[in-house]
Write a protein that binds this ligand. Structure first.
Ligand SMILES: [Cu+2]
Length: 278
């Protein structure tokens, strides 16, 4: 009896070992925002990550096959926010980016007002200017590459830089292209983007998607999912970005490891208690 209980406890402890962070997934070039090989102006890029928009010059008059983006109006009142995890997906730069992005719309309003506060951004002269986008899919398992390409309902693609003179021609998810890149260690911005929506029935809806911050060469440094409310989704294991090396423990992995440890500890407590009670 005691041996059985002790064995149960040891099995539980064995499952408490830290999980290995996920590897980047191989993206399909049929998805918007994905290029098979990115340029490598500095070492360390993971070239399968894709989602790189040509950084210029813009081609005036260029629009995607879906035409210009549609202004989103008569929106439902809602707030969606994303909180960056405490551990970045890719520690290429050695700098941990943290912060939040909050998007909200007023009842019956037009467009989404964003409030952004990022800090810990790496040296822009070496890794920047950094860009950030709303990506098509939510992050799964702490892996930023699972967010695939950019939110691009007009199927504009990445061949030409966003033309700020005509933001309707840009990818809806290209926030950096439309509103400016990240060029400093601390980045704060507030703006209203008329081409995003809080209506879940709109193809411009961003509330179930993700935010990704890239270095200049497309490496996905960190990411987080949007979730309804002002607290973001960082508490969910499906949204925390994870490190790309075993030494960079993922938020998700840490949470899972904690759960495993809790289960192991629980099993041990039961085993020990049983010894005394029986
Ligand atoms: Cu991106």
């Amino acid at each position: 009896m005691y041996k059985t209980l002790l064995l149960a406890g040891l099995v539980g402890l064995a499952s408490a070992k830290p999980q290995v962070p996920p590897s980047p997934v191989l993206l399909t070039t049929t998805k918007a925002g994905v290029v098979p090989v990115a340029p490598t102006p500095f070492p360390g890029v993971e070239t399968i990550e894709g989602a790189l928009i040509d950084d210029g010059p813009a081609l005036p008059g260029f629009v995607g096959p879906g035409g210009n983006a549609t202004v989103q109006s008569n929106l439902p009142a809602a707030t969606y926010s994303a909180v960056l995890p405490s551990t970045n997906f890719d520690n290429l730069t050695g700098s941990t980016i943290t912060g939040t992005i909050v998007g909200m719309a007023m009842q019956g309003g037009q467009g989404v007002m964003f409030n952004i506060s990022f800090s810990g951004l790496p040296d822009a002269a070496m890794y920047g200017p950094l860009v950030y986008h709303i990506h098509e899919m939510p992050v799964s398992g702490g892996n930023c590459t699972t967010s695939l390409g950019h939110l691009d309902p007009t199927n504009r693609g990445e061949l030409h830089a966003c033309d700020t003179a005509n933001p309707a021609s840009c990818q809806a998810g290209d926030l950096a292209g439309k509103h400016g890149n990240i060029t400093s260690a601390t980045f704060m911005a507030t703006y209203t983007d008329p081409y995003l929506s809080t209506n879940p029935n709109s193809s411009y809806f961003f509330g179930n998607r993700s935010i990704v911050i890239h270095s200049k060469n497309a490496t996905r440094l960190t990411c987080a999912n949007f979730a309804m409310g002002t607290n973001g989704s960082n508490s969910s294991t499906s949204t925390s970005a994870s490190g790309s090396s075993p030494s960079s423990t993922a938020g998700a992995s840490a949470a899972n490891s904690l759960n495993c440890f809790s289960a192991a500890a629980y099993a041990m407590i039961i085993a020990v208690a049983s010894v005394y009670l029986l």
